[in-house]
Write a protein that binds this ligand. Structure first.
Ligand code: SF4
Length: 107
């Protein structure tokens, strides 16, 4: 299952994590929702692979600890999504299609 690119329509913004919008549903620690808007990461799909952190040319992502999540105990938070230059590298390298980038969405 890949991230839903229509999450803005299909989900509600339920929280904010250091300026990053969180789209629910959220039921910690097993269900963490989608983090980010311009650069969106589905935390419930993210395996903590790290390719996006390594490849992003402008360091949009930062690790956050997510103990108790069934997929992985760390996730790639799009903490600096405002810096994104829409190169789409992160979308291409993510092994589980957990990331969607759309410049038309304001982060
Ligand atoms: S699209 Fe490019 S610049 Fe934007 S977060 Fe992904 S890798 Fe970084």
């Amino acid at each position: 299952m890949a991230i839903d690119p229509e999450f803005e329509r299909n989900r509600e913004a339920v929280d904010e994590n250091d300026g990053v919008t969180v789209w629910g549903p959220v039921d910690e620690p097993e269900q963490l929702g989608i983090h980010g808007t311009h650069v969106a990461v589905d935390f419930d799909i993210c395996l903590g692979d790290g390719a996006c952190l390594e490849d992003c040319p402008v360091d949009v992502f930062e690790w956050v600890e997510t103990p108790g999540h069934p997929e992985s105990e760390r996730k790639a938070e799009p903490a600096n999504e405002v810096q994104c230059i829409d190169c789409m590298l992160c979308v291409d390298v993510c092994p589980v299609d957990a990331i969607d980038v759309d410049a038309g969405r304001s982060g």
